[in-house]
Design a protein around this ligand. Structure first.
Ligand code: FES
Length: 158
């Protein structure tokens, strides 16, 4: 089945297999992640082996191979943040967005929680970033409040 969104991107690069990297970047920008079906489609259109496309996508860490939420929450667990109890914040975030087991993304695809090593703002520890917004000295209560507010806004828009 044809995919007009992917075709548009592929056509911008004239279906040139040498442009695989920028094509995958453009696709990810549009679709937020590279699904298996998407990579197969790109391989087919570029006349490349699927293994080559999967190989490139999994080699570069900036490619996401699983769906991500609309809001990416990055919580720092570097030393400064860890000693200031970022663990407690993480547990509260997981509970608030409903993550279980190894899940990183909420079922409603609203939130993805990523634990990172140092956000370079150790003086503000513990630090959390939601998309581009930085929150310092974050507490479990404050994190819960911010997430609840986002959920409220999103529900109001739907
Ligand atoms: S350790 Fe968290 S910002 Fe540096």
């Amino acid at each position: 089945m044809e995919d007009p969104t992917l075709d548009k991107i592929l056509n911008q690069y004239k279906c040139d297999s040498k442009k695989l990297l920028p094509i995958l970047q453009a696709v990810q920008e549009k679709e937020k992640y590279l699904s298996e079906a998407t990579m197969k489609y790109v391989a087919h259109k570029l006349d490349l082996p699927e293994t080559q496309v999967f190989g490139v996508a999994s080699f570069y860490s900036h490619f996401a191979l699983t769906a991500k939420g609309k809001y990416i929450i990055r919580l720092c667990d570097g030393t400064a943040c860890h000693v200031r109890k970022s663990d407690n914040v993480r547990n509260t975030i997981r509970e608030t967005i409903g993550l279980t087991g190894n899940e990183q993304t909420s079922k409603d695809l609203l939130f993805t929680l990523e634990i990172v090593s140092c956000l370079g703002a150790c003086g503000l520890a513990p630090v959390m970033v939601i998309n581009e917004e930085v929150y310092g000295q974050i507490t479990p209560e404050k994190a819960q409040e911010l997430i609840t507010e986002i959920k409220r806004k999103e529900n109001a828009n739907n």
